[in-house]
Design a protein around this ligand. Structure first.
Ligand SMILES: *Cc1c(COP(=O)(O)O)cnc(C)c1O
Length: 415
C-alpha cells in the first residue's frame, strides 16, 4: 500500500483501471446489486475467500460478488482512503455513526469494559450510555485533563479491569479542541492486554480530518471518520470510514457484511470526487481559520478561544499537539460575552456563515453547542468540560477569509 508518491497525486487515479470500464477516465457508478460470474467454479472460488474458507492466493483479488460485500466504487474509495492514514485496510460505511457503532459492537461484548474520553460526539455518547449500557457493557469516561495514573485508577475502581476491551477516544474533541494523548491510551491498553486478550485503541479523528494527523502512527489500532465532514466536504452526503491493519479490519468488514451498513455506490462515487480536492480544500480552510482566529483573539467581545493555533507553548496540550498534529486545522470555538442571549444575537446576525450543525464543508458553518450538538449532555458534564452558554463553534469553509471576517465583524457590531 505504501508508495513514494504523495496521496494528493494519487487521488485521481489510484486503484482504478480504465481498461475495465471502456477506457473511462473516471470510474463510472457501478449501480448494480450483483455481479455475474464467468463460471460456477469462479463463483465458488470468490465465495471461499469472502467467507474466509481459504486464504487469498498471492495476487488474487477478492472477486466481485454482491454489492453488500464489495463493489468497485467502494473498493477504489477504500484503497484511496488508506493512503492518507497509511493504513493497510479501510471499510467505508453509510454514516459515521454506523462506522462507530460497528466498531463498538465488534470489540465489546456484554460484561466487557469500555474506557472512553469525554466529551464524545452526541450520537456516540448516546450509543454508549443508552445502547451499550443496556446490553451490559460497563462504560467509564475520562477527561482530557486527567493523568495516566488517574485514568488507570478509574479502570481499577470499575472492578472490571480484566474485561477492558476497547479504549475509544475523540481527539481533538468536539467542540472544545481538547487533546488526548494517543500514545498514553495505547500504553494503558498494553497494560491490560494479555496473549489472547488485546485491548484496542480507537480514535475518532473526524474533527482534525485525515491530512494532518495519522493516529495509527501514534499507537492507535483503529482510526474512525465521519466522512460526512472533511472527507465528503460539500454537505451533500452522509458516510463513515474505519481504518486499521488487515487482521483488525477483517473483523470490522465481516460485521459490516452482516449488518449491511456499507456505503452505496453513488455515495462512494461522490466521495471519490471529494477526495480529489481534499488537500486543497483543507489547506485553504486551515489558512483562513488562522486569519479568522487572529481576528477573534483580538476582539473585545471574545472572552476565550478554543483553537489549536492559540495553545500556550508551556501547556501539556501543546506538547500533545506538536507530537500528534502538523496543523491547527480549521475548527474554532470561542466564547463571547452575554451568555445564551448574547450568543443567539450574534448567531442570528450572521449572513454569509450558515447557522447549521456539521463541519468540515466548503461553506462556513456556525452553531451553539450547549443548545444544539451537545444539548444531550448533562449540565454538570457541560460545565466540567467548558461547554458554556457563550460558546460558539465555527467551521471555516473555503470562502475568502476577508468575507468571513467581515460577516463576523458586522454580527458583533449589531450585537
Ligand atoms: C459528525 C460526527 C460523527 C457522526 O457522523 P455521521 O456521519 O453524522 O453519522 C461522529 N464523530 C464526530 C466527531 C462527528 O463530528
Amino acid at each position: 500500500m505504501s508508495t513514494a508518491i504523495h496521496p494528493e497525486s494519487l487521488m485521481m487515479s489510484y486503484g482504478y483501471k480504465p481498461e475495465l470500464s471502456e477506457g473511462a477516465v473516471k470510474p463510472p457508478i457501478f449501480q448494480t446489486s450483483t455481479f455475474a460470474f464467468k463460471t460456477a467454479e469462479e463463483g465458488k472460488a470468490f465465495f471461499e475467500v469472502a467467507y474466509g474458507l481459504r486464504e487469498k492466493a498471492q495476487n488474487e483479488e477478492l472477486g466481485l460478488i454482491y454489492s453488500r460485500i464489495n463493489n468497485p466504487n467502494l473498493q477504489i474509495l477504500e484503497e484511496r482512503l488508506c493512503l492518507w492514514d497509511k493504513a493497510e485496510q479501510c471499510a467505508v460505511f453509510e454514516s459515521g455513526m454506523s462506522a462507530i457503532s460497528t466498531v463498538m459492537l465488534e470489540f465489546l461484548k456484554p460484561g466487557d469494559l469500555l474506557l472512553y474520553s469525554l466529551p464524545t460526539y452526541g450520537g456516540t455518547d448516546h450509543f454508549i450510555n443508552y445502547f451499550l449500557k443496556s446490553i451490559g457493557v460497563e462504560c467509564v469516561g475520562f477527561r482530557a485533563n486527567q493523568t495516566k495514573e488517574e485514568i488507570i485508577e478509574l479502570v481499577e475502581q470499575s472492578g472490571k479491569s480484566d474485561r477492558l476491551s476497547l479504549i475509544y477516544i475523540e481527539t481533538p474533541a468536539n467542540p472544545t479542541n481538547d487533546l488526548i494523548d494517543i500514545r498514553m491510551c495505547h500504553e494503558i491498553g498494553a497494560r491490560y492486554s494479555s496473549g489472547e486478550r488485546q485491548v484496542y485503541t480507537a480514535v475518532d479523528n473526524t474533527y482534525m480530518g485525515p491530512l494532518w494527523s495519522s493516529p495509527l502512527q501514534h499507537g492507535a489500532d483503529l482510526v474512525i471518520y465521519s466522512a460526512t465532514k472533511y472527507i465528503g466536504g460539500h454537505s451533500d452526503l452522509i458516510a463513515g470510514a474505519v481504518l486499521g491493519n488487515g487482521e483488525i479490519m477483517q473483523r470490522v468488514k465481516t460485521l459490516r457484511t452482516f449488518l449491511g451498513n456499507m456505503a452505496s455506490p453513488h455515495t462512494c462515487w461522490l466521495l471519490l470526487r471529494s477526495l480529489e480536492t481534499l488537500k486543497v480544500r483543507m489547506e485553504q480552510q486551515a489558512r483562513s481559520a488562522q486569519e479568522v482566529a487572529k481576528f477573534l483573539e483580538a476582539h473585545p467581545k471574545v472572552t476565550q478561544m478554543h483553537y489549536l493555533g492559540s495553545l500556550k507553548p508551556s501547556s501539556k496540550s501543546y506538547d500533545i499537539y506538536t507530537r500528534q498534529y502538523s496543523s491547527p486545522g480549521a475548527m474554532i470555538s470561542f466564547e463571547i460575552e452575554g451568555n445564551q442571549p448574547g450568543a443567539f444575537r450574534f448567531l442570528n446576525k450572521l449572513k454569509l456563515i450558515k447557522l447549521a450543525v456539521s463541519l468540515g464543508s466548503t461553506e462556513s458553518l456556525v452553531q451553539h453547542p450547549a443548545s444544539m450538538t451537545h444539548v444531550g449532555l448533562t449540565q454538570e458534564l457541560r460545565d466540567r468540560i467548558g461547554i458554556t452558554e457563550g460558546l460558539i463553534r465555527l467551521s471555516i469553509g473555503v470562502e475568502n477569509h476577508e468575507d468571513i471576517i467581515a460577516d463576523i465583524k458586522q454580527a458583533f457590531a449589531s450585537n
